[in-house]
Design a protein around this ligand. Structure first.
Ligand code: COA
Length: 322
Protein backbone atom coordinates (compact mmCIF):
# COMPACT_ATOMS: atom_id res chain seq x y z
CA UNK A 1 0.00 0.00 0.00
CA UNK A 2 1.24 3.50 -0.73
CA UNK A 3 0.43 7.20 -0.61
CA UNK A 4 1.72 10.62 -1.62
CA UNK A 5 3.73 11.92 1.35
CA UNK A 6 5.01 15.25 0.01
CA UNK A 7 4.20 17.63 -2.81
CA UNK A 8 5.65 20.78 -4.39
CA UNK A 9 5.58 22.96 -7.51
CA UNK A 10 7.60 25.66 -9.24
CA UNK A 11 6.87 28.23 -11.94
CA UNK A 12 9.50 30.49 -13.49
CA UNK A 13 9.41 34.23 -12.69
CA UNK A 14 8.80 35.63 -16.18
CA UNK A 15 5.08 36.25 -16.74
CA UNK A 16 3.93 36.42 -20.36
CA UNK A 17 0.51 37.93 -21.03
CA UNK A 18 -1.48 37.60 -24.25
CA UNK A 19 -0.40 41.04 -25.52
CA UNK A 20 3.14 39.62 -25.85
CA UNK A 21 1.93 37.57 -28.84
CA UNK A 22 0.30 40.57 -30.55
CA UNK A 23 3.86 41.77 -31.29
CA UNK A 24 5.06 38.54 -32.91
CA UNK A 25 2.02 36.97 -34.63
CA UNK A 26 -1.35 38.03 -36.02
CA UNK A 27 -3.51 37.54 -32.91
CA UNK A 28 -5.14 39.38 -30.02
CA UNK A 29 -5.91 38.98 -26.33
CA UNK A 30 -9.62 38.43 -26.94
CA UNK A 31 -9.08 35.54 -29.41
CA UNK A 32 -6.63 33.76 -27.11
CA UNK A 33 -8.84 34.20 -24.05
CA UNK A 34 -12.05 33.09 -25.74
CA UNK A 35 -10.51 30.08 -27.58
CA UNK A 36 -8.17 28.79 -24.87
CA UNK A 37 -8.94 30.49 -21.52
CA UNK A 38 -5.24 31.35 -21.12
CA UNK A 39 -4.58 34.77 -19.54
CA UNK A 40 -0.91 34.39 -18.68
CA UNK A 41 1.83 31.77 -18.79
CA UNK A 42 5.42 31.61 -17.49
CA UNK A 43 8.56 31.26 -19.62
CA UNK A 44 11.85 29.96 -18.28
CA UNK A 45 15.06 31.97 -18.61
CA UNK A 46 17.42 31.20 -21.50
CA UNK A 47 19.74 29.05 -19.37
CA UNK A 48 16.98 27.52 -17.24
CA UNK A 49 16.16 23.95 -18.23
CA UNK A 50 13.68 21.26 -17.18
CA UNK A 51 16.02 19.74 -14.58
CA UNK A 52 16.61 23.19 -13.00
CA UNK A 53 12.88 23.71 -12.58
CA UNK A 54 12.47 20.13 -11.30
CA UNK A 55 15.03 20.82 -8.58
CA UNK A 56 13.09 23.95 -7.56
CA UNK A 57 9.84 21.96 -7.35
CA UNK A 58 11.62 19.45 -5.10
CA UNK A 59 12.88 22.32 -2.89
CA UNK A 60 9.25 23.49 -2.59
CA UNK A 61 8.23 19.93 -1.69
CA UNK A 62 10.88 19.93 1.06
CA UNK A 63 9.73 23.33 2.34
CA UNK A 64 6.10 22.15 2.46
CA UNK A 65 6.77 18.81 4.15
CA UNK A 66 10.21 18.84 5.75
CA UNK A 67 10.83 15.60 3.83
CA UNK A 68 14.29 14.06 3.82
CA UNK A 69 15.23 13.52 0.18
CA UNK A 70 18.61 11.88 0.73
CA UNK A 71 17.08 8.39 0.85
CA UNK A 72 14.98 8.67 -2.31
CA UNK A 73 15.64 5.38 -4.11
CA UNK A 74 13.95 6.03 -7.47
CA UNK A 75 13.39 9.20 -9.51
CA UNK A 76 10.81 9.28 -12.31
CA UNK A 77 10.98 12.47 -14.37
CA UNK A 78 7.97 12.90 -16.66
CA UNK A 79 8.66 15.34 -19.47
CA UNK A 80 8.45 16.01 -23.18
CA UNK A 81 11.02 18.79 -23.03
CA UNK A 82 14.14 17.27 -21.45
CA UNK A 83 17.30 19.41 -21.14
CA UNK A 84 18.78 17.11 -23.81
CA UNK A 85 17.89 13.62 -25.14
CA UNK A 86 20.66 12.04 -23.04
CA UNK A 87 21.31 12.00 -20.06
CA UNK A 88 17.75 11.81 -18.85
CA UNK A 89 16.26 14.53 -16.64
CA UNK A 90 16.01 12.16 -13.65
CA UNK A 91 19.80 11.73 -13.73
CA UNK A 92 20.34 15.51 -13.89
CA UNK A 93 18.07 15.88 -10.85
CA UNK A 94 19.93 13.09 -9.01
CA UNK A 95 23.21 14.92 -9.62
CA UNK A 96 21.94 18.40 -8.76
CA UNK A 97 20.30 17.25 -5.52
CA UNK A 98 23.19 14.98 -4.55
CA UNK A 99 20.98 11.94 -4.00
CA UNK A 100 23.41 9.04 -3.69
CA UNK A 101 21.62 5.76 -4.37
CA UNK A 102 18.68 6.05 -6.69
CA UNK A 103 17.31 4.58 -9.89
CA UNK A 104 16.62 7.24 -12.53
CA UNK A 105 14.25 7.02 -15.44
CA UNK A 106 12.21 9.43 -17.58
CA UNK A 107 8.60 8.91 -18.63
CA UNK A 108 7.96 10.23 -22.10
CA UNK A 109 4.18 10.44 -22.29
CA UNK A 110 3.52 14.15 -22.89
CA UNK A 111 0.61 15.57 -20.91
CA UNK A 112 -0.30 12.16 -19.45
CA UNK A 113 3.21 11.93 -17.97
CA UNK A 114 2.65 12.87 -14.34
CA UNK A 115 -0.23 10.40 -13.86
CA UNK A 116 1.80 7.66 -15.56
CA UNK A 117 4.59 8.54 -13.11
CA UNK A 118 2.25 8.12 -10.15
CA UNK A 119 1.06 4.75 -11.48
CA UNK A 120 4.63 3.49 -11.82
CA UNK A 121 5.64 4.84 -8.41
CA UNK A 122 2.69 3.09 -6.76
CA UNK A 123 3.70 -0.14 -8.55
CA UNK A 124 7.34 0.10 -7.47
CA UNK A 125 6.42 0.81 -3.85
CA UNK A 126 3.65 -1.79 -3.47
CA UNK A 127 5.81 -4.45 -5.15
CA UNK A 128 8.44 -3.72 -2.49
CA UNK A 129 11.04 -2.74 -5.09
CA UNK A 130 11.44 0.82 -3.82
CA UNK A 131 10.64 2.72 -0.61
CA UNK A 132 10.74 6.39 -1.58
CA UNK A 133 9.95 7.36 -5.15
CA UNK A 134 10.21 10.93 -6.43
CA UNK A 135 7.88 11.75 -9.34
CA UNK A 136 8.46 14.93 -11.29
CA UNK A 137 6.29 16.47 -14.01
CA UNK A 138 8.30 19.31 -15.57
CA UNK A 139 8.38 21.15 -18.87
CA UNK A 140 10.21 23.97 -20.60
CA UNK A 141 7.75 24.01 -23.50
CA UNK A 142 8.75 27.56 -24.47
CA UNK A 143 12.04 26.06 -25.68
CA UNK A 144 10.23 23.71 -28.11
CA UNK A 145 7.40 26.04 -29.19
CA UNK A 146 7.13 27.22 -32.77
CA UNK A 147 6.55 30.96 -32.30
CA UNK A 148 5.63 31.30 -35.97
CA UNK A 149 2.63 28.97 -35.55
CA UNK A 150 -0.15 31.14 -34.17
CA UNK A 151 -2.48 28.20 -33.56
CA UNK A 152 -0.14 26.58 -31.04
CA UNK A 153 2.35 29.07 -29.56
CA UNK A 154 -0.33 30.89 -27.58
CA UNK A 155 -1.14 27.77 -25.54
CA UNK A 156 2.05 26.66 -23.81
CA UNK A 157 3.96 27.54 -20.64
CA UNK A 158 6.79 26.28 -18.43
CA UNK A 159 6.44 24.76 -14.93
CA UNK A 160 7.32 21.84 -12.67
CA UNK A 161 5.62 19.69 -10.04
CA UNK A 162 7.00 17.01 -7.72
CA UNK A 163 5.61 14.37 -5.37
CA UNK A 164 6.96 11.61 -3.13
CA UNK A 165 5.26 8.21 -2.99
CA UNK A 166 6.04 5.97 -0.01
CA UNK A 167 4.63 2.87 1.71
CA UNK A 168 1.51 3.45 3.79
CA UNK A 169 -0.60 1.48 6.27
CA UNK A 170 -3.72 2.48 4.38
CA UNK A 171 -4.07 2.29 0.56
CA UNK A 172 -4.50 5.79 -0.90
CA UNK A 173 -4.31 4.76 -4.56
CA UNK A 174 -7.78 3.50 -5.46
CA UNK A 175 -7.84 2.86 -9.23
CA UNK A 176 -5.92 3.50 -12.43
CA UNK A 177 -6.44 3.37 -16.17
CA UNK A 178 -4.34 4.22 -19.20
CA UNK A 179 -4.25 3.79 -22.94
CA UNK A 180 -3.32 5.34 -26.22
CA UNK A 181 -4.60 5.88 -29.72
CA UNK A 182 -1.47 5.84 -31.84
CA UNK A 183 -3.34 6.60 -35.04
CA UNK A 184 -3.34 10.26 -33.93
CA UNK A 185 0.48 10.29 -33.75
CA UNK A 186 0.79 12.79 -36.57
CA UNK A 187 -1.65 15.24 -34.95
CA UNK A 188 0.69 16.18 -32.10
CA UNK A 189 4.41 15.61 -32.46
CA UNK A 190 7.92 16.91 -32.29
CA UNK A 191 10.43 15.71 -34.84
CA UNK A 192 14.13 16.37 -35.35
CA UNK A 193 15.39 13.50 -37.48
CA UNK A 194 13.75 13.36 -40.90
CA UNK A 195 10.91 14.94 -42.85
CA UNK A 196 9.27 11.54 -43.17
CA UNK A 197 8.98 8.97 -40.38
CA UNK A 198 7.13 5.65 -40.73
CA UNK A 199 6.03 6.84 -44.15
CA UNK A 200 4.31 9.93 -42.74
CA UNK A 201 5.37 13.42 -43.85
CA UNK A 202 6.55 15.53 -40.88
CA UNK A 203 7.68 19.05 -40.10
CA UNK A 204 11.18 18.32 -38.87
CA UNK A 205 11.90 21.51 -36.90
CA UNK A 206 12.39 20.27 -33.30
CA UNK A 207 9.24 22.19 -32.32
CA UNK A 208 5.75 21.10 -31.26
CA UNK A 209 3.45 20.61 -34.26
CA UNK A 210 -0.24 20.11 -33.57
CA UNK A 211 -3.56 19.76 -35.32
CA UNK A 212 -5.51 21.61 -32.63
CA UNK A 213 -8.96 20.80 -33.98
CA UNK A 214 -8.28 17.06 -34.12
CA UNK A 215 -6.90 16.94 -30.57
CA UNK A 216 -9.77 19.05 -29.27
CA UNK A 217 -12.30 16.67 -30.81
CA UNK A 218 -10.50 13.57 -29.55
CA UNK A 219 -10.23 14.91 -26.00
CA UNK A 220 -13.85 16.02 -25.76
CA UNK A 221 -15.10 12.76 -27.30
CA UNK A 222 -12.92 10.35 -25.33
CA UNK A 223 -11.84 11.78 -21.98
CA UNK A 224 -15.32 11.84 -20.38
CA UNK A 225 -15.69 8.14 -21.33
CA UNK A 226 -12.30 7.31 -19.80
CA UNK A 227 -13.25 9.19 -16.62
CA UNK A 228 -16.53 7.28 -16.34
CA UNK A 229 -14.76 3.95 -16.92
CA UNK A 230 -12.24 4.75 -14.20
CA UNK A 231 -14.94 5.71 -11.68
CA UNK A 232 -16.78 2.45 -12.43
CA UNK A 233 -13.56 0.45 -12.09
CA UNK A 234 -13.14 1.93 -8.60
CA UNK A 235 -16.69 0.86 -7.71
CA UNK A 236 -17.63 4.51 -7.18
CA UNK A 237 -19.98 7.05 -8.76
CA UNK A 238 -19.17 10.60 -9.84
CA UNK A 239 -20.87 11.81 -6.63
CA UNK A 240 -18.09 10.11 -4.65
CA UNK A 241 -15.40 12.12 -6.43
CA UNK A 242 -14.63 15.38 -4.59
CA UNK A 243 -12.52 16.82 -7.42
CA UNK A 244 -11.73 15.88 -11.02
CA UNK A 245 -8.38 17.28 -12.12
CA UNK A 246 -8.03 16.87 -15.88
CA UNK A 247 -4.95 17.94 -17.78
CA UNK A 248 -5.20 21.70 -18.36
CA UNK A 249 -4.97 21.55 -22.16
CA UNK A 250 -7.50 24.28 -22.94
CA UNK A 251 -10.25 25.73 -20.70
CA UNK A 252 -12.85 24.92 -23.37
CA UNK A 253 -11.88 21.24 -23.21
CA UNK A 254 -12.32 21.26 -19.41
CA UNK A 255 -15.71 22.97 -19.77
CA UNK A 256 -16.78 20.41 -22.38
CA UNK A 257 -15.71 17.51 -20.11
CA UNK A 258 -17.72 19.00 -17.21
CA UNK A 259 -20.78 19.37 -19.44
CA UNK A 260 -20.47 15.89 -20.88
CA UNK A 261 -20.18 14.35 -17.38
CA UNK A 262 -22.77 16.71 -15.87
CA UNK A 263 -20.13 17.39 -13.20
CA UNK A 264 -19.72 20.84 -11.55
CA UNK A 265 -16.98 22.88 -13.23
CA UNK A 266 -16.12 24.45 -9.87
CA UNK A 267 -14.98 21.00 -8.70
CA UNK A 268 -12.50 20.74 -11.58
CA UNK A 269 -9.29 22.54 -10.55
CA UNK A 270 -7.33 23.99 -13.49
CA UNK A 271 -4.01 25.70 -14.13
CA UNK A 272 -4.62 26.78 -17.73
CA UNK A 273 -5.85 30.34 -17.06
CA UNK A 274 -2.83 31.45 -15.04
CA UNK A 275 -0.06 29.19 -16.37
CA UNK A 276 -1.13 28.03 -19.85
CA UNK A 277 -0.82 24.42 -21.00
CA UNK A 278 2.21 23.10 -19.09
CA UNK A 279 1.82 19.46 -20.21
CA UNK A 280 3.06 17.07 -17.50
CA UNK A 281 3.19 19.91 -14.92
CA UNK A 282 -0.41 21.02 -15.40
CA UNK A 283 -2.09 18.58 -12.98
CA UNK A 284 0.35 19.27 -10.09
CA UNK A 285 -0.09 23.03 -10.66
CA UNK A 286 -3.90 22.71 -10.61
CA UNK A 287 -3.76 20.71 -7.37
CA UNK A 288 -1.40 23.24 -5.74
CA UNK A 289 -3.63 26.13 -6.79
CA UNK A 290 -6.76 24.42 -5.50
CA UNK A 291 -5.10 23.67 -2.14
CA UNK A 292 -3.91 27.28 -1.82
CA UNK A 293 -7.47 28.49 -2.41
CA UNK A 294 -8.97 26.19 0.24
CA UNK A 295 -10.02 23.44 -2.22
CA UNK A 296 -8.42 19.98 -2.17
CA UNK A 297 -7.66 18.83 1.38
CA UNK A 298 -6.56 15.67 3.16
CA UNK A 299 -9.07 12.83 2.79
CA UNK A 300 -10.61 14.13 -0.45
CA UNK A 301 -11.13 11.64 -3.25
CA UNK A 302 -9.59 13.10 -6.40
CA UNK A 303 -9.54 11.82 -9.94
CA UNK A 304 -6.65 12.94 -12.16
CA UNK A 305 -6.76 12.42 -15.92
CA UNK A 306 -3.76 13.30 -18.07
CA UNK A 307 -3.99 13.20 -21.87
CA UNK A 308 -1.96 14.41 -24.83
CA UNK A 309 0.67 13.44 -27.42
CA UNK A 310 0.36 9.82 -28.45
CA UNK A 311 -2.50 10.40 -28.21
CA UNK A 312 -2.16 8.87 -24.79
CA UNK A 313 -4.08 9.14 -21.55
CA UNK A 314 -3.58 8.06 -17.92
CA UNK A 315 -6.00 8.32 -15.02
CA UNK A 316 -5.81 7.78 -11.27
CA UNK A 317 -8.25 8.00 -8.38
CA UNK A 318 -6.52 8.66 -5.09
CA UNK A 319 -7.38 9.62 -1.55
CA UNK A 320 -5.42 12.83 -1.07
CA UNK A 321 -3.20 12.44 1.97
CA UNK A 322 -1.74 15.92 2.64
N1 COA B 1 -5.14 34.34 -33.20
C1 COA B 1 -6.14 34.70 -34.01
N2 COA B 1 -6.72 33.86 -34.89
C2 COA B 1 -6.25 32.59 -34.92
C3 COA B 1 -5.20 32.15 -34.10
C4 COA B 1 -4.64 33.08 -33.22
N3 COA B 1 -3.64 32.77 -32.36
N4 COA B 1 -4.96 30.85 -34.36
C5 COA B 1 -5.83 30.47 -35.31
N5 COA B 1 -6.61 31.52 -35.65
C6 COA B 1 -7.69 31.56 -36.63
C7 COA B 1 -7.58 30.47 -37.66
O1 COA B 1 -6.73 30.86 -38.71
C8 COA B 1 -9.02 30.30 -38.10
O2 COA B 1 -9.33 31.34 -39.00
P1 COA B 1 -10.31 31.08 -40.26
O3 COA B 1 -11.63 30.69 -39.64
O4 COA B 1 -10.31 32.37 -40.95
O5 COA B 1 -9.68 29.96 -41.03
C9 COA B 1 -9.81 30.58 -36.81
O6 COA B 1 -8.92 31.31 -35.94
C10 COA B 1 -10.26 29.33 -36.11
O7 COA B 1 -9.16 28.43 -36.04
P2 COA B 1 -9.27 27.04 -35.38
O8 COA B 1 -8.00 26.27 -35.59
O9 COA B 1 -10.56 26.43 -35.81
O10 COA B 1 -9.39 27.44 -33.84
P3 COA B 1 -9.86 26.57 -32.64
O11 COA B 1 -11.08 27.13 -32.06
O12 COA B 1 -9.82 25.09 -32.95
O13 COA B 1 -8.70 26.87 -31.59
C11 COA B 1 -6.81 25.78 -30.62
C12 COA B 1 -7.37 26.47 -31.85
C13 COA B 1 -5.39 25.30 -30.89
C14 COA B 1 -6.77 26.82 -29.49
C15 COA B 1 -7.72 24.61 -30.22
O14 COA B 1 -8.00 23.81 -31.35
C16 COA B 1 -7.13 23.76 -29.15
O15 COA B 1 -6.86 24.21 -28.04
N6 COA B 1 -6.97 22.45 -29.42
C17 COA B 1 -6.42 21.54 -28.47
C18 COA B 1 -4.96 21.75 -28.40
C19 COA B 1 -4.34 21.02 -27.26
O16 COA B 1 -4.99 20.75 -26.29
N7 COA B 1 -3.06 20.73 -27.39
C20 COA B 1 -2.28 20.12 -26.41
C21 COA B 1 -2.71 18.73 -26.19
S1 COA B 1 -2.34 18.27 -24.64
Amino acid sequence: MSKITAFGTYVPERIIDNHYFEKIIDTNDEWILSRTGVKTRRFSKEGEFTSDMSVKAVKDLQKNSGADISDIDFIIACTTSPDQPMPNVASRVQYKLGIQNTGCNDVYAACAGFVYGLQLAHGLVTAGINKKVLIIGAETLSKITDFEDRTSCILFGDAAGAALVEPSEEEHFIAFNSGTNGSFGQDLYLSHKKNSINGVEMRCNSKIVQNGKSIFKWAVGNIPIKIKELVEKAGLTLDDIDYIVPHSANLRIIEAIAKSLDYPLKKMPESITEFGNTSSASIPLAIAKSRKNGGIKSGDIILMMGFGGGLTFAGAIIKWSL
